[in-house]
Design a protein around this ligand. Structure first.
Ligand SMILES: *Cc1c(COP(=O)(O)O)cnc(C)c1O
Length: 377
């Protein structure tokens, strides 16, 4: 009997379209930030519905530059959800400010708005909700808290390009929105990111700081600020332009696969499929399930890998990571929902190349893997 084909967790959809776009740039001789970046930015601004979009080298640099543009520095607090990829909080620390972690809602894995309201202090200078795994955070109550206190919102939309909240695209709710084009996201440029904003002053600052703090007049540079080089190359933007044409199809296919997954998972005890809350718009960057506490999640990952199926945890509980524990004197479990999601979440493979047969195989292997009892300690 032949070994079944291994199933990867995620697989970008790359073909000749990307190659042709890249070839055009390479032959043009213009390789740094240029016309392809401008074209890619226009596409993203058009989708998100903001006046401006600025391409960056990653979502992490997009988030960092957003905080710099807002003037976040030492003594400031920035509120982030505890259950997120650590980059969300690392950029706060890099500005000398303090990340303040809220717990998350376990049904949606996003910032708990009532916990947010409790953690506002006179030092709070920004709120950074995360649109987790392609699902928007509950922006209505979050924006209400932010507006009540006059605090700017930076949306970490790194994994949520194309996601919407009550019919409106994410990335346009806060003062700034940040996207990623890492290969694990819906569309990719290899590495890459984007900042979106409607604010003309913030837009000017972002533009200046993205490229060495330099302005150019009559072919001469003047340096106005200690800026960065966070520019995206036209080579990568060309990949982004080709990828963008596929975005709608990718999201549609992933949503259909997610529905099939939900049907297949409904018969497996102890495994909860992701829910789509009232605000909708989930684009399933990742399909993240929750396992009952009696199931040892890491054992499930190992058993599924032995059967050729790649899975992983959902994401990380910041407060339980060594750096955050040491720097902010936190103990594992202080954000109980986040901690539980960190230990019991399981991401299943999801990308357009998967067939219904693949999903049947994945869920069959999962059914067997979760049925085993926890080994004695
Ligand atoms: C992927 C991701 C990031 C980091 O994106 P990069 O482009 O790799 O820097 C940050 N935050 C969240 C929520 C993410 O999913």
């Amino acid at each position: 009997m032949s070994e079944p084909r291994p199933i990867r967790l995620a697989l970008p959809l790359i073909d000749d379209e990307e190659l042709r776009e890249v070839e055009g740039v390479l032959k043009s001789g213009y390789l740094t930030q240029g016309p392809k970046v401008a074209e890619f930015e226009e596409l993203i601004a058009g989708l998100v519905g903001t006046r401006h979009a600025f391409a960056m080298t990653s979502a992490t640099t997009a988030l960092h530059l957003s905080l710099v543009a807002l003037g976040i520095g030492p003594g400031d607090e920035v509120i982030v959800p505890d259950f997120t990829f650590p980059a969300t909080a690392n950029v706060v620390i890099q500005q000398g400010a303090r990340p303040v972690m809220t717990d998350v809602d376990l049904a949606t894995f996003t910032m708990d708005p009532s916990d947010l309201a409790r953690r506002i202090t006179p030092r709070t200078r920004a709120i950074m909700p995360v649109h987790a795994f392609g699902l928007a955070a509950d922006m209505q109550p979050i924006m209400a808290v932010a507006d009540e206190h006059g605090i700017p919102v930076v949306e970490d939309a790194a994994c949520a390009i194309g996601a919407s909240y009550r019919g409106r695209q994410v990335g346009g709710f806060g003062a700034l929105g940040c996207f990623s084009f890492h290969p694990r996201k819906a569309i990719t440029t290899g590495e890459g990111g984007m900042v979106t904003t409607d604010d003309a002053v913030l837009a000017d600052r972002i533009k200046l700081l993205r490229s060495h703090g330099a302005t150019r007049k009559d072919g001469r540079f003047t340096f106005e600020a200690a800026g960065f080089n966070y520019r995206l190359s036209d080579i990568l933007a060309a990949v982004g332009v080709a990828q963008f044409r596929k975005l709608e199809r990718i999201i549609q296919t992933k949503r259909e696969l997610a529905d099939q997954y939900r049907d297949l998972l409904s018969g497996i005890e102890g495994v909860a499929a992701p829910v789509e809350p009232s605000w909708g718009g989930h684009v399933y960057q990742s399909f993240v399930t929750m396992l009952d506490d009696r199931i040892e999640r890491d054992g499930v990952i190992d058993r599924m890998r032995a059967d050729g199926i790649e899975t992983t945890l959902g994401t990380y509980a910041l407060h339980a990571q060594p750096h955050f524990q040491r720097a902010f004197d936190m103990r594992p479990g202080e954000r109980p929902n986040s901690y539980r999601a960190f230990r019991q979440s399981l991401t299943l493979p999801l990308y357009p190349g998967l067939s219904e047969d693949d999903l049947v195989r994945i869920t069959d292997v999962l059914r067997t893997a979760v049925a085993r009892p926890i080994p004695a300690a």
